[in-house]
Design a protein around this ligand. Structure first.
Ligand SMILES: [Zn+2]
Ligand SMILES: [Zn+2]
Length: 301
């Protein structure tokens, strides 16, 4: 692997005093916007790696920024929604210099549509100096599914397969624009009660996995992984100015084919670029010096 430093900064000032990233977080407290217990996944990671403490905001109802059950639409993209939550958190907590927010999304895998993807974002925002860094985790391990059912047998079968009550379930009926939703069902008795009450008025009930973090241990695990990615990015500081998040975010394709040497779509270079001063670093041949001919449009069209 060859590393090459390119074009130094268009800004001269340093973001942090060099080599001092830890002192920016150690023994400080960040406020987290959550009402779903996400501190359980995030706090240990930030404490162990950075010495950063977490408190949970009592002033933000994160459900107003969208819910998985579909009763409240998300106001913006996943990243923007996390940023809006963190911005609100800083605004409502003038005592805090750092805020955290987390946002999850479930969607069909772009290349294998029958698979469900889960992307988790854990975002850190700093007031002084102004700072926004997001950690990501992508997974196809989701337990996110739904079925239309009509009988208690079907309900119990679904509940068994989807690990209820360790994992939460939601019952809902959609009539026109309106949803009737039953959630926070913590026991088999409450699940059956809720089902019978909906079933007395409707033919078919939709049962689905509850994707809220506190009712979905798998999602909680993925949020912890996104927090770990956030720490990785915080500790990856720009060699020119000290701003965090100096990680590979882009690549240039064109790795030569092993047989004909024509450029393929595989990466020739990975590119790191600083979001603060613009400093760039290119990593040549990040995955080897030649592409397997199977990737070549000419040798293997
Ligand atoms: Zn070739
Ligand atoms: Zn920089």
């Amino acid at each position: 692997m060859v590393e090459k430093n390119l074009s130094p900064s268009h800004k001269d000032s340093s973001f942090f005093i060099q080599g001092n990233i830890f002192s920016h977080f150690k023994d400080r407290t960040a406020v987290l916007a959550t009402k779903h217990g996400k501190e359980r996944a995030i706090a240990p990671v930030l404490w162990e790696s950075l010495g950063l403490r977490l408190t949970v905001s009592d002033k933000i109802d994160t459900d107003t920024f969208g819910t998985f059950a579909g009763d409240v639409e998300r106001p913006a993209s996943q990243f923007e929604t996390a940023a809006i939550k963190a911005t609100n958190c800083l605004a409502l907590h003038p005592e805090a210099g750092l805020a955290l927010a987390s946002e999850g999304a479930f969607y069909p895998h772009p290349e294998v549509p029958f698979l469900t993807m889960n992307t988790e974002i854990v975002l850190l925002m700093g007031r002084e100096p102004s700072l926004t860094i997001a950690g990501y985790h992508h997974s196809t391990e989701t337990l996110a599914t739904s079925e239309e059912i009509a009988t208690t047998e079907e309900l119990l079968d679904f509940a068994n397969r989807l690990k209820f009550p360790e994992f939460g379930l939601i019952l809902k009926v959609k009539t026109g624009e309106k949803h009737a939703i039953k959630k926070d069902l913590n026991s088999l008795a409450s699940l059956l009660d809720a089902f019978r009450s909906l079933r007395s008025e409707h033919e078919k009930i939709t049962v689905e996995t509850d994707l809220r973090a506190h009712r979905n241990p798998l999602r909680m695990k993925m949020i912890g992984q996104a927090a770990a990615d956030l720490v990785r990015r915080i500790l990856a500081t720009c060699p020119n100015c000290g701003y965090p998040d100096f990680v590979v975010k882009d690549f240039e394709k064109g790795l030569p084919c092993e047989l004909c040497s024509l450029p393929t779509r595989l990466p020739l270079k990975d590119i790191k670029a600083c979001g603060y001063c613009g400093f760039r670093e290119e990593i040549l041949f990040p995955k080897g010096e030649k592409a397997y001919a199977g990737h070549c449009d000419w040798c293997n069209p």
